[in-house]
Design a protein around this ligand. Structure first.
Ligand code: XMP
Length: 327
């Protein structure tokens, strides 16, 4: 049976046993709802859509088609991980669309943050709808709506981003198997489904991806610099035991250069900003103050390994007055 609302007396899912009971219940509910029809799912590789994909694969196998749209703004290794986990390990029916050129061509020269977000959102829907149109007999759309999304949209705090982000014009019935769960419960269920720990416990990552961390008009070389610097930062945070402890951490590469020296010669290169924050509700955030030796190490690695970066800055501004992201 599909539950529309979270029962008041529902026990918080905190153990593998509770997760397994939820998984069994949902598998039966999905099978009852879907029957022998087909389901389509936009699989970003984020926690919620990944857990929905894993649940649907268990429940209906190849009646599910997942579409992973790579908009070219994902972090290093992310598209590869989605393909490896879902296509190779879980044997899902996965359509991988590399739409990098489409997105970056549309974004070329666009400086306004809102316009950038709009272009990314619209184009995502277009690409997804094009893929959906190629498939036959799709009746359902899987979605990673979670309980806070429903509460927040009911309270008018924010538009329901899981619904808002997907093609409304496509007339599908929704399958939302984690919609009565809180985020921490989605993670416990994800681990019980066998998803990699790093995927289930990954830090929040905005829909427009590295696009908002490459402020101003995105260029391919600066985007590559922010992606490489981000990969180094994540690797070093993991080595330092900070992964899963610090709420969110990332790099930003603004669109201007400063003077430096490389091999005795003057260079004019970008700078990289490191931001690491902690929060519970993202309304207010504090800054994670890193150890000086660790900061030195990050500066050394990024300035020697990332092409085009000769300077590293640390952002120690809380929210408010600064937002988490730069755009
Ligand atoms: P701000 O910058 O508003 O960020 O303080 C708060 C949290 O939201 C994330 N964020 C986004 N997530 N789409 C998303 O899915 C977006 O457009 C977006 N903008 C910001 C941000 O990473 C932080 O965790």
């Amino acid at each position: 049976m599909i539950m529309e609302r979270r029962p008041d007396n529902m026990v918080r899912i905190t153990t593998p046993e509770l997760a397994q009971a939820y998984i069994d219940e949902q598998i039966a509910a999905i099978r009852e709802q879907v029957g022998d029809k087909k389901v389509l799912l936009a699989l970003s590789g984020g926690v919620d859509s990944s857990v929905v994909a894993a649940l649907l694969i268990k429940a209906i196998g190849n009646q599910l088609t997942c579409v992973h749209v790579n908009h070219g703004l994902l972090r290093k290794g992310e598209p590869e991980q989605v393909v490896e986990v879902f296509r190779n390990q879980m044997k899902a029916n996965l359509i991988y669309v590399d739409a990098t050129d489409r997105f970056l061509d549309l974004l070329a020269g666009v400086e306004d943050p809102e316009q950038k977000r709009h272009i990314i959102g619209e184009e995502f829907i277009k690409v997804f709808a094009e893929e959906a149109a190629k498939l036959e007999g799709i009746k359902f759309l899987g979605q990673g709506t979670i309980w806070p999304d429903i509460l927040e949209s009911e309270q008018g705090i924010k538009a329901h981003h899981n619904v808002g982000g997907l093609p409304k014009e496509l007339d599908f019935e929704l399958v939302e198997p984690v919609k009565i769960l809180f985020k921490d419960e989605v993670r416990v269920v994800g681990e019980a489904l066998g998803l990699p720990h790093g995927m289930v416990y990954r830090q929040p990552f905005p829909g427009p991806g590295l696009g908002v961390r490459c402020p101003g008009a995105i260029t391919r070389d600066r985007l590559e610099a922010v992606r490489e610097a981000d990969a180094i930062l994540r690797e070093e945070f993991a080595k330092e035991g900070l992964e899963g402890k610090v709420w969110q951490y990332f790099t930003v590469v603004p669109p201007f250069r400063s003077t430096g020296i490389r091999d005795g010669k003057r260079v004019f290169e970008w700078l990289c900003i490191i931001r690491a924050i902690n929060t519970t509700d993202v309304v207010e955030c504090t800054v994670e103050h890193l150890e000086p030796a660790f900061m030195d190490h990050l500066v050394k690695r990024i300035t020697t390994e990332v092409k085009g970066i000769n300077r590293v800055l640390f952002d120690f501004t809380p929210k408010p007055c600064a937002t988490v992201e730069y755009e």
